[in-house]
Ligand binder design. Sequence first.
Ligand SMILES: Cc1cc2nc3c(=O)[nH]c(=O)nc-3n(C[C@H](O)[C@H](O)[C@H](O)COP(=O)(O)OP(=O)(O)OC[C@H]3O[C@@H](n4cnc5c(N)ncnc54)[C@H](O)[C@@H]3O)c2cc1C
Ligand SMILES: NC(=O)C1=CN([C@@H]2O[C@H](COP(=O)(O)OP(=O)(O)OC[C@H]3O[C@@H](n4cnc5c(N)ncnc54)[C@H](OP(=O)(O)O)[C@@H]3O)[C@@H](O)[C@H]2O)C=CC1
Ligand SMILES: O=C(O)C(=O)Cc1c[nH]c2ccccc12
Length: 410
Amino acid sequence: MFSFSQQNNFFGPRCVWVNGPVIVGAGSSGLAISACLKNQGIPFVVIERSDCIASLWQKRTYDRLKLHLPKKFCQLPKVPFPEEYPEYPTKKQFVDYLENYAKKFDIKPQFNECVQSAKYDDACKLWRVKTVSTTGSIRAETEYICQMLVVATGENAEGVIPDIEGLKDFSGEVIHAKDYKSGQKYAGKKVLVVGCGNSGMEVSLDLSNYNAKPSMVVRSSVHVLPREIMGKSTFDLAMMLMKWLPLWIVDKILLIFAWFLIGDTQRYGIKRPSLGPLTLKNNHGKTPVLDIGTLEKIRSGDIAVVPGIKRFTEKTVELVNGHILDIDSVVLATGYFSKVPFWLHDKDFFSENGWKGKGGLYAAGFTRRGLDGAIADAVKISKDIGKEWRKELNQKKQKVPTHRRCISTF
Ligand SMILES: Cc1cc2nc3c(=O)[nH]c(=O)nc-3n(C[C@H](O)[C@H](O)[C@H](O)COP(=O)(O)OP(=O)(O)OC[C@H]3O[C@@H](n4cnc5c(N)ncnc54)[C@H](O)[C@@H]3O)c2cc1C
Ligand SMILES: NC(=O)C1=CN([C@@H]2O[C@H](COP(=O)(O)OP(=O)(O)OC[C@H]3O[C@@H](n4cnc5c(N)ncnc54)[C@H](OP(=O)(O)O)[C@@H]3O)[C@@H](O)[C@H]2O)C=CC1
Ligand SMILES: O=C(O)C(=O)Cc1c[nH]c2ccccc12
């Protein structure tokens, strides 16, 4: 007897013609675009590798996470956050909001389908998007054919696992920050947190709140800013100042406030980069840390700051300054990367204007500007798709069916 997967291989991949764009990813970016397309009456298909929407927030973030920008910078088009939400919504509130958003616009992604490759067929002027579906033990391949492709798979799709000497020989637990949930099980344990971005800082704080003993690795430099300045969000203040002043002056102002409010971070082993915080974010995508209490824990000695790592042994870590620390566990807060360059056969993907490529290709959420930037991309993309869609409709002057299934493979 043939299993479904054998049959599937035998007949080749299922082939689906999509009238309208294929959107890859059902995170904030994919949902925002879907809602804006729904409003214009444009059909689309959303493909999501996970079994839920906003899988980064639902499955790959820690329990205590809150949005670190004020809610007005994080809401999706057409639906404001509920009024009773606090200025910095919790992870649960944000996920509830996104779930309701998907329901309101009746967005139903193809779940458990992961895009493996996307190629533009120059001859037919069509995209061929290959997916593998991963429900249980059944493996099924599908090829979607479409005129427009929207990549909304996020900048934080995969965790970076650094290649550090001896890490494989370390006998304790090693996890990436994407798999860290809470410090509860680490009480009394010595935990090395590698990395000092927002993840490293907040994981260290959480560990310390659960009476673990975190040491945080700072191998280069980072800007730490207070989350608020005189009761106003630092991000909001920066956005306001940027309307009137050049970036370098806004950077200077932020650094003066940071100096008064949190002092010289160098004293605690945290060097400031030579470029200003917003210039560094703009030019190199490195997000400043918005402090929510980690610095206080560093000052009090509850969190140790240590320099770069030389190597691991079975139970210890040797640092570049020659110090050797006994450690029980390691949390790699070493950042994220996207696999899009591996599966999208378009070498210019990231080099165009940030959101629009050639041949009906679009990308949302890849301009290193957090949710605010991702949502701005989504609005521009859905407007552009709307324009193209209406142009084509006028040209054809006939109605097209929403979904057409191919009878044979292309
Ligand atoms: C811990 C953490 C906290 C953050 N907090 C903030 C914050 O407070 N404010 C802010 O502005 N930004 C924040 N960010 C940045 C984050 O990028 C945004 O919050 C937001 O998730 C971006 O939405 P997105 O839809 O572009 O990407 P994502 O939310 O990552 O969604 C992408 C979706 O695509 C799916 N996908 C990926 N690859 C494939 C594939 N090959 N096939 C099919 N589906 C695929 C994923 O499963 C995912 O569901 C945070 C990031 C992290 C890691
Ligand atoms: N509350 C919130 O809203 C939160 C938001 N975020 C967001 O998520 C995104 C990702 O943040 P994050 O996960 O912190 O990733 P980042 O890329 O911002 O930071 C990665 C950190 O890991 C360090 N690192 C990488 N490799 C090594 C190594 N081999 N040895 C030592 N250190 C290493 C980097 O150091 P170096 O700089 O020297 O390369 C850097 O400090 C950001 O946009 C951030 O703002 C994250 C957490 C919470
Ligand atoms: O949290 C993130 O990932 C962000 O990128 C949000 C963000 C965009 N621009 C900023 C400037 C300062 C601090 C956070 C951000």
